[in-house]
Design a protein around this ligand. Sequence first.
Ligand SMILES: Cc1ncc(COP(=O)(O)O)c(C=O)c1O
Length: 401
Amino acid sequence: MNNDIDKNKQLRDLYDEVMLPNYAPANFIPVKASGSYVWDKNNKKFIDLGGGIAVTSLGHSNPELISALNEQSQKLWHLSNYIANEPAISLAKQLTDLTFADKVYFSNSGSEANEAAIKMARRYHHENRNDKNEIIAFNNSFHGRSLLNISLGASDNHRKGFGPLPKGILHANYNSLSSVKKLISDKTAAIIIEPVQGEAGVVPAEQEFLLGIRDLCTQNGIILIMDEVQSGIGRMGHLFGYMAFDIEPDILTSAKGLGGGIPIGATLTKDSIASVMSIGSHGSTFGGNPMACAVANKVIEIVSTPSFLSKIKEKEALLVNKLESLSQKYQAFSSIRSSGLWVGCELNNRGEVNKLLDRCYEHGLIAVSAGTSTLRFAPALNISEDEISEGIERLEKALSS
Ligand SMILES: Cc1ncc(COP(=O)(O)O)c(C=O)c1O
C-alpha cells in the first residue's frame, strides 16, 4: 500500500516541480479509463461522475470514437486552411442539418469559439455601417480564459492582474430582463448568454427571461449569442440547450462534449452573419482538424438520435432522486439544480466543496466543483443506471465519513 501511494505521489510531486501552479489537481494521477471508470497509478478504480467537466460525453475510450479516430489517423492528420478536408465538411453538414445554423467555423476550444462569435457579431454591425460594438454579458457567467473571455465573465478572481482588458463589455443580472433593458442602447451589438450557467453551479435561465432576451434582440437589431460550450451536445437532454426553450440564437458556440475528449470548438451561425466573414478575416491553424472532426462526427451521430436523448432525462430523474434522498439523510445540500445529466448540489457547508471532493476521491468517486460551495455532476451521457447508483453509494460514504 505504501509503495502504491508512492506511485501517485512521485508523479504528483513531479507535477508541482514542472507545471505552472495555476491548478491544484487531486493527489492521484489517472492512467487509464474506460466508460465511466478511471484507474490511477495504484490501480485504484474510480467512478467518474464529472465527465472531465462535461467533456467525455460518451465515456472514456468509447470504442466507436476510438474506431473513428483510428480510421482517420490512418488516412489524414492535418492539412491547412488552404485545403479543405472531408471530416470537417461532413461535421459542418451534420451541425447545420440539425440546428438553426447555415454555416460553421471550427476552432479548438470553447474560448476560441466565443472569440469567433464576438468577432462575427462586431464585424456584422461594422459591415452594416452602424456603431454597434458593445456586448452585454452576465454576472456569474463563464466564457473561458482568454482576455476577451475573462472580460465577458465577471469574476474578479479570473481578471486580477491581467488588465488592460478589452473594452465595450457590460454586465447584466442573469434572469433579470429589466437589468438587461437598462444596458441596451443603440451601441449594443450582441448579448452573450449561457442557457444554463454551468460554472455558476448549474443555474438555469427562466423560460420567460430567455424569450424576453430573444425579443429584445430581434426588436433592437442585436445579435443573440448562446454559449453552449457546456450545455450543448446532449447535456440538457436536447442536442443543444436552446432547443429546450423554444427560441433560436443567431450565433451558437460549442466545444467540450462535441469532441468527447478530443479538443474541438465550433461557432455556428446564419448565412446573414456568416457572409461578413470575408476571406482572411479570421482563422486557426488546427481548427477543423480532420481527426478531431472525425471523432466529433461520430459523437453527433450517436448523441443526436431521439432514443439516446430521451434516456438522458430518465437518468437525470434517477440521479436527482438519489441525491435528494442522500441530502435528506445527511442534511448535505440546501438545493439541487439539474438540467439533464448536469447537476449542481449547493452545499449546506458553504465553502467546503474541495474538502468534500477530496473525500469523494478517497471513496473512489470523481465529481467536480462549481465555485466553492457547489458539487457538480456532468457524467458521460451513456452512463448506466447501475453506474449512477454506484456513484451515489460512494458519495454516501464520502458524506458520512
Ligand atoms: C459556458 C462555457 N463557455 C466557455 C468555456 C471555455 O471553454 P474552454 O475551456 O474550452 O476554452 C467553458 C469552460 O468551462 C464554459 O463552461
